[in-house]
Design a protein around this ligand. Structure first.
Ligand code: IPE
Ligand code: IPE
Ligand code: MG
Length: 239
């Protein structure tokens, strides 16, 4: 097991929102926004290791997104397939480990095969653990873990965390920074357990426009904050 790889560096999570509106502003079909969003993700995954990011989790498709019009869902599935085809080799060459979180049983067999192949081929990636959340619901994931542990008398936070977060053989630390693009300020059922003490950063930038400079802005904000985890500052007046 390669759990060691995630012990250093930041875990940054992205709710990649705003693709549809980005396309609408340009009088284009929503599909163009999703395609441009996939490009933005490619770019952010490439630059993330230069910013001490060691785990990156990106929300690509929520379980509630199945409720979108059939045409949008099927174009998203096609885009997902082509992303897997074009990215797996590049990720392996860049020493990136790719994992998927979320349900797999509602995807086509050929997509599931490509997901499994991508995970196997990138299993030994050490530079970055890139997790893509597809058909993902945090509440479902928590329920599923609770189901697995219900007969275990030794259930505690640590083993719950282990079972909930381990992906493709690697246990993942809590999220340090959660970034949501597209202007909304909500979690939309993403990483509810893992974000217990995450710093939150919301930006009006639409995901297809999100670049390294915006990532830098989010990180600057993160580093300017004091994380207290329920305690008081070290130099605080304790009286
Ligand atoms: C996020 O962009 C991508 C997915 C949910 C698949 P949206 O498609 O939600 O874009 P907006 O929020 O409608 O602009
Ligand atoms: C969250 O965005 C899901 C993804 C970015 C994949 P949504 O656009 O689906 O979320 P809501 O509906 O605005 O909460
Ligand atoms: Mg949206």
């Amino acid at each position: 097991m390669s759990s060691k790889m995630t012990q250093e560096g930041l875990h940054v999570a992205f709710i990649m929102d705003g693709n549809g509106r980005w396309a609408n502003f340009r009088n284009k079909a929503r599909y163009f926004g999703h395609r441009a969003g996939a490009e933005a993700l490619r770019h952010i995954v490439e630059v993330a290791p230069h910013h001490k990011i060691h785990t990156l989790t990106a929300y690509a498709f929520s379980s509630d997104n199945w409720g979108r019009p059939q045409k949008e869902v099927s174009t998203l599935m096609k885009l997902f397939s082509s992303y897997l085809r074009s990215e797996t080799r590049r990720l392996r060459e860049n020493d990136v480990k790719l994992s998927f979180i979320g349900r797999r049983d509602r995807f086509s067999k050929s997509i599931v095969r490509s997901m499994e192949a991508a995970e196997q081929e990138t299993y030994n990636g050490k530079l970055l653990h890139f997790r893509l959340a597809t058909d993902y619901s945090a509440r479902e994931a928590i329920l599923h873990t609770a189901e697995k542990l219900k007969a275990d008398p030794k259930i505690n936070r640590d083993n719950f965390h282990y079972l909930l977060t381990q992906s493709n053989g690697t246990v993942v630390p809590d999220v340090d920074l959660l970034v949501r693009t597209g202007g909304e300020q909500r979690l939309s059922d993403f990483l509810l357990w893992e974000c217990a003490y995450a710093e939150l950063f919301f930006t009006d930038v639409m995901w297809p426009d999100f670049r390294e400079e915006h990532l830098q802005e989010a990180l600057n904000s993160y580093y300017s904050r004091e994380r207290r985890f329920g305690r008081i500052p070290q130099n605080a007046n304790t009286g």
